[in-house]
Design a protein around this ligand. Structure first.
Ligand SMILES: C[S@@+](CC[C@H](N)C(=O)[O-])C[C@H]1O[C@@H](n2cnc3c(N)ncnc32)[C@H](O)[C@@H]1O
Length: 377
């Protein structure tokens, strides 16, 4: 890519960052992405970052992290999440702090103030973007993961490997409460982490999930028990969705309080995968899963992942499940959906060991809804 093409790619990342359905509900990020995408100094800053990380979400998360670090500081007042944390710090209970923050209307003028803050702190911002990675650990995606595990396992003992699992919050998917609009409820009914999924088309599976083992790999695993790392997980969320923010806070708290947790290996997912497959119990059905990870890899790395999984299949059956945006993962050769392409949706693909890849459905990138391709009961 020449320099002009690189600049255009960064602009596009800002201007297409929000799913079209989401933009009206997220006026702060909609305005900030619009302003940042048209500000040459911001594009210059992004070009200082390694190519696979030059994304609007990284810029937004680094700024959000600065606000959360000092909720009552110069930029905190423009972020509902920082206002919420400032409320908690001042002694409010969760509901009062959330209601107080939800009443604050944020929009274009807040985005302008945040952008000015970014331009005034460009060196700090660039330094942070060079070492940080987009590590949104989206618990909302665990609802889709559970649906995929139902289709694959049909109640049989299943082992899960989650590639690029960030903190690993989705490795404990069965410990959350899952509520789908097709009437299916799964997981722990008493969990404070409630994961809703709107099933907009097709029929979802009804079988239980029996997850007997789980392990993850991440280039840079986030330890939720570490305060700064946990703040980074929260900074990767959107600042005007307080319910999602609070759900992640609860998932972090739940993970931190667990006596035994699945192991998250540090390393490259292609290199580490064979070792983790060896560690998985041989008498369980093995599922390899990834969500919003492989688009951060080069096409060569994507091809290497595909051939590694196919090589590993010579030793044992492996089902492969992923939620990715098809245009970002050409190296996986995702199948086409049989339904009309829904704007901005990700593909939820199941590549069964013996049957090849099919699209389970098209879904919101954060897992809030899925339009299933067919009947998966
Ligand atoms: C956008 S996050 C998604 C996290 C998680 N899968 C989810 O859906 O909540 C992408 C994650 O992939 C990890 N990652 C990126 N490249 C990787 C690689 N080559 N090997 C292992 N992990 C990688 C990042 O560190 C980050 O935690």
């Amino acid at each position: 890519m020449d320099l002009e093409e690189q600049r255009r790619a960064v602009e596009t990342s800002f201007l297409s960052n929000l799913h079209p359905d989401d933009a009206p509900r997220h006026p702060l990020y909609a305005a900030l992405c619009d302003l940042a995408g048209q500000t040459p100094q911001v594009i210059d800053m992004m070009l200082e970052v390694e190519p696979t990380q030059r994304r609007a979400v990284l810029f937004l998360a680094v700024l959000h992290d600065m606000a959360l670090r000092e909720p009552a500081g110069p930029v905190g007042g423009h972020y509902p999440t920082a206002i919420f944390l400032a409320g908690l710090e001042s002694g409010m209970d969760v509901d009062t702090a959330r209601d107080t923050a939800a009443k604050v209307e944020v929009g274009h003028s807040d985005a302008q103030a945040i952008l000015q803050f970014a331009l005034d702190h460009d060196d700090e911002l660039i330094d942070a973007m060079r070492v940080r990675r987009t590590q949104t650990n989206e618990v909302g995606r665990s609802g889709l993961l559970m649906l995929g595990l139902q289709v694959i396992g049909r109640g049989e003992p299943t082992a899960l490997i989650d590639l690029g699992c960030s903190a690993g919050l989705n490795l404990v998917a069965p410990s959350y409460r899952h509520v789908r609009t097709d009437g299916v409820e799964l997981g722990e009914p008493t969990s404070k982490v409630v994961v809703p999924v709107d099933v907009r088309h097709g029929r979802g599976p009804t079988a239980p999930v029996d997850l007997v083992w789980a392990g993850g790999i991440d280039l840079d695993p986030v330890d939720p028990a570490d305060q700064e790392a946990a703040r980074w997980l929260l900074a990767c969320q959107w600042p005007d969705d307080l319910d999602r923010f609070e759900r992640t806070r609860q998932a972090i708290a739940q993970w931190s309080s667990m006596d035994s947790r699945p192991e998250v290996k540090s390393g490259d997912l292609v290199e580490e995968l064979p070792r983790l497959v060896d560690a998985a119990p041989s008498d369980a059905r093995l599922v390899i899963h990834h969500s919003w990870v492989v688009s951060y890899l080069t096409v060569d790395q994507q091809v290497a992942l595909r051939s590694t999984i196919n090589d590993l299949r010579r030793d044992r059956p492996i089902d492969w499940l992923y939620l990715e945006h098809p245009s970002g993962v050409p190296g996986l050769q995702p199948p086409r959906s049989i339904g009309d392409r829904r704007r901005g949706s990700s593909l939820f693909v199941l590549d069964r060991d013996d049957r090849g890849p099919v699209v389970l459905g098209q879904a919101h990138p954060h897992g809030t809804w899925i339009a299933l391709d067919g009947d998966w009961r």
